[in-house]
Design a binder for this molecule. Structure first.
Ligand code: MLT
Length: 340
């Protein structure tokens, strides 16, 4: 006699009791969890920044959880395709998603008919990394510095193309804001992630891109691509020779991104706590830290790794990005380019 039948045999049951029965099919006891492989969906192609951060962290989480935490890359529609899928996955702790500033904040402003909402449909697990934005170009792109880059892309905007990972992606959002500030409207070339976009940039098939630092450091260091500036108040220790946008004369362009782990809404808090603890242990691991920091990722301090802190970040980013993106998407005038 299965569990439900046995319960039903002991007389009448209240509705709340029934729902608790249903809940018990999800292993609420954290001690039982995980009892099999956990899947983390990455909504972009392998090899890109989201994939890189997710794989480094989940490899360590597998060790402490005693079960494989596998990455499943599913790209499309700026990451919204897989994120929507994840929002409808079973809330049993076995399907998670590595989302970011795009999939869990910017898309709210860019997709009026989005079929998920970052707050309504997801449980925050943990922030994994801050990923500063760098302005990149193919190695033979004529401009020598950010000022020349600004003047050049405005003067040649009709014949230039910019790579991105789809509407709503970090690369799309960051360059949308940059173009609005500089008054440029190049042709956007979408890819399934900035992993493949980077390959096209290295091959000189596209002209430039705004990307998360973790995807760019090795290619900048090898000289395979150019980096004009990092859109942060201070330089990255991983790229000491790359100036900040302020140092390069454009303090108005500041852009940051982040990668975080989420679970479907309704995933029991006891399981979120197990996952959060495993993610935090991974971020304290020396190898994980040195690998991420060598790629320029910013590791969040413990107080920024809580589910509550991530929930607050998502709120703040949705609020921060909506006016910026509305303006960038709807106004032609460029207001604050330092170079005319
Ligand atoms: C990726 O992992 O490919 C990126 O996060 C894409 C993006 O958002 O630009």
């Amino acid at each position: 006699m299965n569990f439900i039948a046995r319960l039903l045999s002991v007389g009448t049951l209240s509705l709340s009791c029934l729902t608790s029965v249903a809940a018990m099919t999800v292993p609420a006891r954290a001690s039982d969890y995980p009892s099999r492989q956990v899947t983390v969906i990455v909504p972009f192609a392998a090899g890109g920044p989201t994939d890189t951060v997710a794989r480094i962290v989940t490899a360590q989480m597998s060790k402490s959880l005693g079960q494989n935490v596998a990455v499943d890359n599913r790209a499309g529609a700026g990451g919204t395709l897989a994120t929507s899928l994840a929002s409808r996955a079973a809330a049993d702790g076995y399907t998670l998603i590595a989302g970011h500033m795009g999939t869990h904040a910017a898309v709210v402003s860019l997709y009026p008919t989005l079929n998920y909402h970052p707050k309504r449909d997801f449980e925050p697990v943990s922030l994994l990394a801050g990923t500063p934005i760098v302005i990149l170009a193919r190695k033979d792109f004529p401009p020598k510095n950010l000022e020349e880059f600004a003047v050049y892309i405005r003067a040649n905007t009709e014949r230039l193309n910019v790579a991105h990972a789809g509407i709503g992606s970090v690369s799309y959002v960051s360059c949308l804001v940059l173009h609005r500030q500089l008054g440029a409207r190049p042709t956007g070339v979408p890819f399934s992630g900035t992993g493949p976009a980077m390959a096209a940039l290295v091959a000189g098939e596209v002209d430039y891109m705004c990307d998360q630092i973790v995807n760019a450091v090795p290619h900048i260091k090898s000289g395979a691509i150019k980096a004009y500036a990092i859109a942060m108040p201070e330089r990255s220790p991983s790229l000491p020779d790359v100036p900040t946008t302020a140092e390069a004369g454009m303090p108005s362009f500041q852009a940051r991104a982040w990668v975080a782990m989420f679970a479907p809404k309704g995933t029991p808090p006891s399981l979120i706590a197990v996952l959060n603890a495993a993610a935090s242990r991974a971020l304290d691991d020396d190898n994980v830290r040195s690998t991420l920091q060598a790629l320029g990722a910013v590791i969040p301090p413990p107080e920024q790794r809580t589910p509550g802190a991530l929930a607050d970040l998502v709120d703040a980013e949705i609020d921060r990005l909506s006016p910026v993106l509305w303006q960038a998407a709807n106004s032609t005038a460029h207001i604050d380019s330092p170079w005319k």
